[in-house]
Design a protein around this ligand. Structure first.
Ligand SMILES: [Zn+2]
Length: 150
């Protein structure tokens, strides 16, 4: 899963500010659990703090009882990548944007193969929907395929 490949670039810096070890996998439970506390660490530079805040705001804004272990952060992250692509960014631009906005490192090649997998998934959904006569779903899938491939 693509979210498992996302790393937080400032993880080491964050560790020094926090004084304990932190996984650099951005979507691991331990990291997610630390983010909220990490935002308040003294000695954290402004840029890193802003990136953590953006991460918190965009991926961890859910009210599930078992948050952040509910799967929402990973789902929101995946949707964000698809949205960036549908807005017209290519895999390199998406990678750059994730780093700027959230301080997340994700290789362009991983993003590209994720987008290709997504298209294959949508094609499978389209085919099954057409077989079952669910036209709206099929059209929806076709629309997303077009936006991702353009
Ligand atoms: Zn949730």
């Amino acid at each position: 899963m693509i979210a498992n490949k996302a790393r937080f670039r400032a993880a080491r810096r964050l560790e020094r500010a926090a004084g304990f070890r932190l996984p650099d996998h951005a979507f691991s439970g331990a990291f997610l659990e630390s983010v909220e506390r990490a935002i308040n660490f003294e000695g954290l530079d402004r840029r890193t703090r802003e990136q953590l805040l953006a991460f918190f705001r965009d991926f961890m804004d859910c009210r599930c009882r078992d948050a952040p272990f509910c799967g929402c952060p990973e789902r929101k992250f995946v949707l964000t990548i698809i949205e960036f692509r549908e807005m017209g960014l290519d895999h390199r631009q998406i990678s750059g944007h994730l780093l700027d906005e959230y301080g997340i490192d994700l290789y362009p090649a991983d993003i590209l193969s994720f987008l290709e997998d997504s298209v294959h998934m949508l094609e499978a959904i389209r085919d099954v929907a057409e077989l079952q006569g669910r036209e709206e779903l099929a059209e929806n899938a076709i629309e997303h395929i077009k936006k991702i491939e353009h």
